[in-house]
Design a protein around this ligand. Structure first.
Ligand code: HEM
Length: 227
């Protein structure tokens, strides 16, 4: 089994499996975040549940963090192996002839997403870990804030136009990454000709709708901030 994951195809399958997992996470992350546009109370309730449920905190969250790290590390490994396999650079890399711009630049769109994740963790995740695990405050309350604090904290983050701009840019890179990544992951798992067109269409829809939805959330909160 470990031999399989050391082979070139094994690595691609492992990459695809982690990609599916992250795409599923992204879908649920979007489903929860979009609630903040419709109802502050519902968003607060769901966030509090997610943030305090032991199964989510102690099992799913570590699995997610492992998935994120694994995907990035494996992405770099695949990129380096691919470059090595092609020791002699093409005399003329006529890329568009047989591969898309997106597919040749997965490492760059991936790096842009990695930079976003760092910023995003500084914004949301580290303060959350600090409040709960270091200060030991699991109440979800904050002085001067009525009800749970989650909606208030989310709104605060989208006041700065610079941060909103950085988020929007990152979501565009996310769309580019997913536009190739979605169908590529299915191909690595062996889905080919028969489902190709349908898969490409679902992939395109996912890669455009989800990042656009995130862009909408960021811009919505920027313009609807309650002081
Ligand atoms: C407008 C868009 C987004 C908002 C408002 C948002 C909001 C949040 C919030 C509030 C948390 C903290 C959850 C907690 O730990 O209590 C979080 C965590 C996280 N976000 Fe986002 N997010 C957005 C987009 C994204 C995108 C596009 C990605 C991936 C590319 C992403 C990846 C993550 C990850 C990996 C975590 C840590 C997961 C965890 O809670 O353990 N987020 N986000």
């Amino acid at each position: 089994m470990s031999g399989f994951f050391k082979s070139s195809i094994g690595r691609k399958v492992a990459m695809a499996l982690s990609a599916f997992f992250l795409m599923f996470f992204l879908l649920q992350h979007f489903a929860i975040n979009i609630l903040s546009v419709f109802s502050a109370d519902t968003f607060n309730e769901v966030s509090h549940f997610m943030g305090t449920n032991p199964l989510i905190q102690y099992v799913l969250q570590p699995v997610l963090i492992f998935g994120v790290v694994f995907h990035f590390v494996m992405g770099f490994v695949l990129e380096i192996k691919n470059k090595k396999a092609r020791q002699v650079a093409y005399v003329k890399n006529n890329g568009t002839a047989n591969s898309s711009w997106m597919s040749r630049n997965m490492i760059w769109s991936g790096l842009a997403i990695l930079a976003f994740i760092v910023l995003h963790f500084i914004d949301f995740w580290f303060p959350e870990i600090n409040t709960k695990f270091i200060q030991g405050d699991w109440s979800g309350m904050h002085e001067g804030v009525e009800g749970y604090r989650y909606f208030h904290e989310l709104q605060e983050k989208f006041v700065s136009p610079i941060r909103v701009g950085a988020y929007v840019l990152a979501f565009i890179f996310l769309a580019l990454h997913l536009l190739h990544g979605f169908t590529s992951a299915f191909q690595s798992m062996g889905y080919t000709a028969m489902h190709k067109k349908t898969l490409q269409n679902i992939g395109k829809a996912y890669a455009i709708i989800i990042p656009l939805g995130f862009i909408f959330i960021a811009i919505y909160h920027h313009f609807n901030h309650i002081h």
